[in-house]
Every structure is written in structure tokens, then in C-alpha cells.
Design a protein. Structure first.
Length: 124
């Protein structure tokens, strides 16, 4: 009887030791897996920081270009307003009816100048 209690105790101790060994090995495996995941996450963080830096640079370039374009738009709107004012001051229909020769001469000269400009541009 005494020997069967010893056997049961030895088996119990071995079972606990085996379970403990299994648990430790499992923890070691999980620890290695977590270390690998940590390295991957750190690499990903580094890549994301680089992407953010590139996006900031791109944003700054876009803002500079946008400011330049806004200036040009203001310039063009000003020129457009000036031209509209000039056209509003001169009643071309009235002049065409009252002085058709004057308007014809101005239009023909303008057309000739434009055609010469087109010819010069295409010849170059």
C-alpha cells in the first residue's frame, strides 16, 4: 500500500513538472512570437513616419503652388475686369451702325495681326 502511494505521488509530481515544463515552453514560444511582431510593428511605424514626412512635404509644395495660382487668378480677374470695363465703355454695336468703315478697318487690322502672329508662331 505504501508503495502505491509513492507511485501516485511520483506520478503526480512528474505530471506537475511536465505540465510546468509545457507551460514554460509555451510561454517561451509566445515570447518569441511577440518579439517578432514587435519588430514588424517598429518597422511599420518607421515606414509610416516616412510616409507622413513625404505627405507633409507634398502638402507644402501644393500650398506654394496653390498660392501662386491664386495670385495669378487675382491678376487675371483684374485684367478681365479692366477689359469688361473698356468694352462696356465702348458701344461697339452703336459704332458699327454709325461708322461701319471704322469698325471694319479695326477688325480687319486685328484679324491680320492675329493671322500674322499665328503664322510666325507656326513657322518657328
Amino acid at each position: 500500500m505504501f508503495s502505491s502511494i509513492k507511485i501516485v505521488m511520483i506520478v503526480a509530481v512528474l505530471a506537475v513538472a511536465g505540465g510546468g515544463l509545457y507551460y514554460v515552453k509555451k510561454l517561451q514560444f509566445e515570447n518569441e512570437l511577440l518579439k517578432v511582431n514587435q519588430v514588424k510593428l517598429e518597422e511599420s511605424i518607421t515606414e509610416q513616419k516616412e510616409v507622413i514626412t513625404m505627405q507633409k512635404e507634398s502638402y507644402e509644395k501644393i500650398m506654394v503652388a496653390n498660392n501662386e495660382l491664386s495670385g495669378k487668378v487675382k491678376e487675371l480677374n483684374s485684367a478681365k475686369a479692366t477689359l469688361q470695363k473698356k468694352l462696356a465703355d465702348h458701344d461697339i454695336n452703336y459704332l458699327a451702325v454709325q461708322k461701319p468703315g471704322l469698325i471694319e478697318r479695326i477688325v480687319n487690322k486685328g484679324t491680320k495681326d492675329v493671322l500674322n502672329d499665328i503664322e510666325n508662331i507656326t513657322a518657328e
